[in-house]
Design a protein. Structure first.
Lengths: 292, 69
């Protein structure tokens, strides 16, 4: 697969508990001796009963690897990202200030960077595929902004399953619910090279009982809540993509996230100096101080 | 082509007031507003899924065994 041999050391994985991020965890476990699985929540913490089983299955398959799972709140940070310099942001970016899914993703990345600083980790990955390409965190231009933010703090951010195929039934149901404008598939050449899905890979490793558990009761039990996206979809599809090309939407989104990443860069730099007394530490909350 | 443009305009006119309200809501209310839409939009699919699961169970069919292609 994508393994390039063991690198040792630790890495951080943004972990929802779903098939794609579990597959990314398995790929990271082939390279690193420690995998820190970071899950996030906004508002009330959800009890995810199945995630322990999935991590135990990963541990059983990769016996020499240490898996450490942390569940961290991002409510205050998302609120800060969404509303800092709100009127100025509204004037410059218009409707895009409703990009809550993207602000949530940015909060995960900022938390991951702070976690890496705290624990001396230099590699971060996630289970991002090429589904739902209208979400800010899934847009190539925005991902490059996030990669630069990580690089500024000496951290490498990778998407090991980005070009893997997605199960066909998932595409169908997602088209019905959230993506009437169609999918942006990887090129044919890429599809031939990676002619497998994350679910099939996990099934072959013996971690999942079936190549496609997406949407099943098991999937619901093992996965943390996704960010709320319906209002964002209304804005993206019915206001923006109705009349503007996808490329323009991506360009505007990149402008917004470069600005937001700039604000976060300043917060993270302050965090490197002041640590627990910084604004970021307060936004991450009390549970942050006890994590790891 | 023309009807497609009209439907785009209708969608736009429907979306603008919904999003305009959200622009002026604080975080907590905006989240509740979003969750309300999520509930309403997903309701038909959730009900469809429940009926389908019920029918599969009654008919003794495992949907994973079906070749959907």
């Amino acid at each position: 697969m994508t393994s390039t041999g063991p690198e040792g050391g630790d890495c951080v994985l943004l972990y929802s508990g779903g098939t794609d991020s579990t597959c990314a965890a398995a790929l990271m476990a082939e390279k690193f001796t420690g995998v820190h699985l970071l899950s996030f929540y906004q508002g009330k913490k959800k009890e995810v009963t199945g995630v322990g089983d999935t991590i135990r299955a990963l541990q059983g398959r990769f016996k020499g690897v240490r898996f450490l799972h942390q569940v961290l709140p991002t409510t205050d940070l998302v609120k800060f990202i969404s509303y800092s310099d709100y009127l100025g942001c509204l004037g410059r970016h218009g409707w895009l200030v409703l990009s809550t899914p993207g602000f949530t993703t940015l909060s995960w990345h900022v938390t991951a960077i702070a976690y890496c600083m705290k624990n001396g980790v230099h590699s971060v990955a996630d289970g991002l595929t090429r589904e739902l390409m209208h979400f800010p965190g899934h847009i190539d231009e925005v991902i490059s902004v996030f990669k630069k933010l990580y690089a500024d703090f000496g951290i490498t951010y990778t998407n090991p399953v980005r070009d893997w195929e997605v199960p066909s039934d998932q595409q169908f149901i997602d088209r019905l619910i959230v993506d009437p404008h169609g999918y942006f598939f990887p090129s044919e050449e890429t599809r031939e090279k990676k002619n497998t899905t994350t679910g099939r890979y996990l099934c072959e490793l013996g971690i999942m009982p079936h190549p496609n558990v997406k949407g099943s009761p098991m999937d619901h039990k093992m996965q943390y809540d996704c960010y709320p996206f319906v209002l964002y979809n209304i804005m993206a599809f019915w206001i923006y993509l109705n009349f503007q090309p996808y490329e323009f939407f991506c360009w505007r989104m990149r402008e917004l996230f470069e600005e937001k990443a700039g604000q976060m860069r300043a917060l993270l730099r302050e965090y490197t100096v002041k640590g627990g007394n910084s604004r970021l530490s307060k936004l991450l909350g009390e549970s942050w101080k006890s994590s790891a | 082509m023309e009807s497609s443009y009209i439907s785009k305009v209708f969608r736009f006119l429907f979306a603008v007031p919904l999003c305009l309200v959200a622009l002026f809501l604080p975080y907590g209310l905006r989240m509740r507003y979003t969750h309300l839409f999520a509930f309403l939009f997903h309701l038909p699919f959730v009900l469809f899924g429940r009926i389908t699961r019920y029918l599969f169970r009654k008919l003794g069919i495992d949907p994973h065994d079906i070749d959907w292609t």
